[in-house]
Design a protein around this ligand. Structure first.
Ligand SMILES: Nc1ncnc2c1ncn2[C@@H]1O[C@H](COP(=O)(O)OP(=O)(O)OP(=O)(O)O)[C@@H](O)[C@H]1O
Ligand SMILES: [Mg+2]
Length: 264
């Protein structure tokens, strides 16, 4: 069953884990918003709580406090409303590319023949034409990521949560996949929450970037990216792009003032 894209809001999210009997606070009152059909990126230091945040939005983990709102409505049952690509691609090694892609439609009880035709028709767009019957072990890193993305897109949930989908790839494959992802996203119109460690990737892809502090994470910079679309790689050479990059790098370097006004 497909769902329309919606606005996603994260409101005052607090989360702690227990580690060796001690509380480990991971999210410290995080607020953010992705308007319907926009591309929003979270960037922050390793271990600050980005995957935890995405897993909470997906409904896989529960916050201690705070809410997730879809189109302004707090919803506890979010698992069936998002497509999540976890930090590791988690393709099922015993299923082919097509078999992996059909996981979402199968779980949703869609008509198998229609889902199969649909998935096959999308293989060229995902750069996987001719590989429907290949197993994950026979694919390159970039192809695995595209296969995992195809599976996530085919969940047709209107909200896509992508946890460092290009993290393990070399710069050249990564840059090609970013341009490709923008084209695919524009075709589907989903709301995207995307995680990366790469500042240029964040700015090139996004309508808005949130920079998170060290753990426990809170937002230290919310930055709208006023660059027109469709975007070409050449925008990364513009002075406006360099200025945005400087702001994100400064925030990541810990120059965001904390609640007392001092730099962290
Ligand atoms: N289930 C869990 N139980 C205990 N601690 C956890 C659990 N999940 C995450 N953590 C801890 O919470 C913190 C945040 O983890 P998380 O995976 O969200 O970070 P991250 O920002 O995604 O890091 P990275 O950029 O390296 O992927 C880490 O210190 C991690 O050890
Ligand atoms: Mg992570």
């Amino acid at each position: 069953m497909s769902q329309a894209a919606c606005t996603v809001e994260v409101s005052d999210l607090i989360k702690a884990f227990r580690v060796n009997g001690q509380p480990l606070r991971v999210l410290d009152g995080v607020n953010l918003r992705a308007d319907r059909g926009t591309f929003v990126t979270l960037i922050g230091p390793s271990g600050c709580g980005k995957s935890t945040l995405l897993n909470i939005v997906a409904g896989l983990q529960h916050p201690d406090q705070g809410q997730i709102l879809f189109d302004g409505v707090a919803t506890g049952d979010r698992l069936g409303r998002v497509g999540l690509m976890p930090q590791r691609d988690l393709l099922l090694p015993w299923r082919t590319v097509l078999g992996n892609a059909l996981l979402g439609p199968e779980l949703h009880g869609e008509d198998p023949e229609a889902a199969r035709r649909d998935a096959l028709s999308l293989l060229p767009l995902f750069g996987l034409q001719g590989f429907a019957d290949s197993y994950p072990a026979a694919l390159s890193g970039g192809m695995r990521q595209r296969a995992a993305l195809l599976r996530t897109f085919l969940c047709r949930q209107g909200v896509l949560l992508l946890d460092e989908p290009f993290g393990a790839l070399d710069a050249l494959s990564r840059s090609g996949l970013q341009e490709w992802l923008l084209r695919v996203w524009q075709q589907f119109g989903y709301t995207v929450l995307f995680i990366t460690h790469d500042v240029e990737e964040a700015l090139f892809l996004s309508d808005r970037v949130y920079v998170l502090t060290e753990r426990p994470a809170r937002v230290c910079l919310e930055l709208d990216v006023p660059l027109s679309r469709p975007r070409e790689r050449a925008i990364t050479l513009l002075p406006e792009f360099a200025l945005l990059k400087q702001q994100v790098l400064a925030a990541l370097a810990g120059t965001c003032p904390d609640e007392t006004g001092r730099p962290r």
